[in-house]
Design a protein. Structure first.
Lengths: 195, 94
């Protein structure tokens, strides 16, 4: 049963998704300037960025990318389960745990890189500044996502084919955060690895 | 099923982008990495974010943000690319 302001349940669903996409557009504006700053700084000092990139943990970074991509897969499965009125709590829990594993590994990386970052100068200092700012902002978003997915998992029984807008909308947010990382990974971890 | 195939493709792209970084290609490394990132983002948007089944309105909303960001990048870049930095007299090193 749609509420009075909508003509149909389909229109109601599309309104929820449209609202989320509009929010994601503002998130893009939020992350965008950092990406622009990165492009500008890297074109100005490519060698400093390459040498800074060599200090990154390539194994942990690649593992983390795989973890986050897999968490998007389990999130998509949770949304799909809700659409078909199947149980979705397990998928939500796995998604939140994978997200938490990502943040845990990232936190370890930050701590282990901190002394080098604090002593860096010139272009490398700029590299580390952008690295901490961009991965930090990303991790804040992911932490919020973990909290929301955990909250959904606690209420998982309420969702079914007729009502699952919160799950779908959270899924869009989760995938957006995943896409941001997809771009951050080669920007910081993969510069001139062949040297 | 399509979700599992998408996940497999994402893992394949991840392996490709990581492996290609160890092949010396100069600026082409960045081109390849960016292209693979865009392909991964497209897969996630189409299959995980379900834009493939979405109506016109949602597709336009999804692209509008990117278009707007591209405009802002273009305008900002035209500024950096065409102006020389002229410091104020009091900030010139003596």
């Amino acid at each position: 049963m749609p509420t009075t302001q909508f003509d149909s349940t389909l229109e109601r669903r599309e309104s929820a998704l449209l609202g989320m996409w509009a929010f994601l557009a503002t998130e893009l504006m939020f992350f965008g300037p950092l990406f622009f700053g990165y492009v500008h700084a890297r074109i100005a000092q490519p060698e400093a960025f390459a040498s800074g990139s060599h200090h990154m943990h390539i194994v942990l970074g690649t593992l983390n990318t795989a973890i986050l991509l897999t968490s998007s897969f389990t999130m998509a499965l949770a949304v799909h389960a809700a659409q078909e009125s199947r149980p979705l709590r397990a998928w939500l829990v796995v998604t939140a745990l994978l997200g938490a594993a990502f943040v845990g590994i990232k936190a370890y990386e930050w701590v282990s890189e901190f002394s080098e970052a604090a002593n860096a100068s010139g272009g490398e200092a700029r590299f580390y500044f952008l690295y901490y700012a961009m991965t930090g902002l990303h991790a804040v978003h992911l932490t919020i996502g973990i909290a929301i997915v955990g909250w959904l998992a606690a209420r998982a029984r309420r969702f079914n084919a007729a009502y699952h807008a919160p799950v779908e909308v959270t899924g869009l947010y989760w995938h957006f955060v995943d896409v941001v990382w997809v771009f951050l990974y080669p920007m910081f971890y993969l510069l001139e690895r062949y040297r | 099923m399509s979700r599992f195939v998408t996940w497999l493709a994402l893992m394949g792209f991840l392996a490709a982008t990581c492996a290609s970084a160890y092949i010396p290609l100069g600026p082409w490394n960045t081109v390849i990495n960016t292209a693979i990132s865009c392909a991964k983002a497209l897969l996630i948007a189409l299959f995980f974010m379900e834009l493939r089944q979405a109506g016109t309105l949602l597709r336009i909303a999804a692209v509008a943000g990117l278009l707007w960001l591209a405009l802002l990048f273009g305008i900002s870049w035209s500024d950096f690319a065409t102006r020389t930095i002229s410091p104020a007299p009091w900030s010139v090193a003596r």
